[in-house]
Write a protein that binds this ligand. Structure first.
Ligand code: ADP
Ligand code: 5GP
Length: 188
């Protein structure tokens, strides 16, 4: 059984995880697509909840077996990917899949699923604010922050390729707008 997909993409620090968590708390018809990654868990992150944390060997093995719908080496040496079984697991429950995924991965899924998918780009007010949010989150080393800033500049240019650009200036406003967009898409 096939269903719908909601894709949230943006540069790191734009606020997509915060908005996706808000939606998951309010809309039981949504379920989060848990990606596989080779990075280490951060803070309170839990295996099988936030990500499937796996080794690089295991990730490469899953690529060879063609288990990924899409995957990216999002940062040098660090892989992230969406497992086909994850989408099927959620559709089997009659739910809509919601993704928190990088910009390239988001566009890849949109190309693959076309009208079944709503691709939303979360836009921060400026590069400066994005940097403040990412530094303020306090989860990344200076080296990791610099890598994320460099990638963000390029990713901001991809916004027009998405179905919708959602401005995340005031968080409450962005969450309400996101909820309306998602409800309209699911009901439509
Ligand atoms: P992403 O998932 O896109 O990397 P996060 O959701 O982790 O981004 O948000 C990055 C940081 O910015 C977090 O500390 C979050 O609390 C904060 N944040 C998110 N949206 C806003 C907003 N509208 N105003 C201020 N801070 C925000
Ligand atoms: P983080 O390390 O901050 O959790 O995620 C880094 C980036 O990887 C974010 O932009 C996040 O959305 C993205 N990401 C998470 N899961 C996937 C995935 O399955 N595929 C792709 N392409 N990117 C992902």
């Amino acid at each position: 059984m096939e269903g719908k997909l909601i894709i949230f993409s943006a540069p790191s620090g734009a606020g997509k995880t915060t908005i996706v968590h808000h939606l998951l708390g309010k809309m039981p018809e949504l379920e989060f697509s848990i990606s596989a990654t080779t990075r280490q868990p951060r803070g309170t992150e839990t295996d099988g909840e936030d990500y499937y944390f796996i080794s690089k060997e295991e990730f490469l093995h899953l690529i060879a077996k063609k288990y990924f719908v899409e995957f990216e080496e999002v940062y040098t040496g660090t892989f992230y990917g969406t497992l086909r079984t994850e989408i099927e697991r959620i559709w089997k429950k009659g739910k809509t899949v919601i993704f928190d995924i990088d910009v390239e991965g988001g566009l890849h899924l949109k190309r693959k699923y076309a009208d079944q998918a709503l691709a939303i780009f979360v836009q921060p007010p400026s590069m400066e604010v994005l940097k403040q949010r990412l530094s303020g989150r306090g989860t990344d080393s200076q080296e990791k922050l610099n890598e994320r800033f460099a990638k963000a500049e390029k990713e901001l240019g991809y916004a027009p390729k998405f179905d919708v650009i959602l401005k995340n200036y005031d968080l409450d406003t962005a969450c309400s707008e996101a909820e309306e967009l998602v409800r309209n898409f699911i009901e439509g």
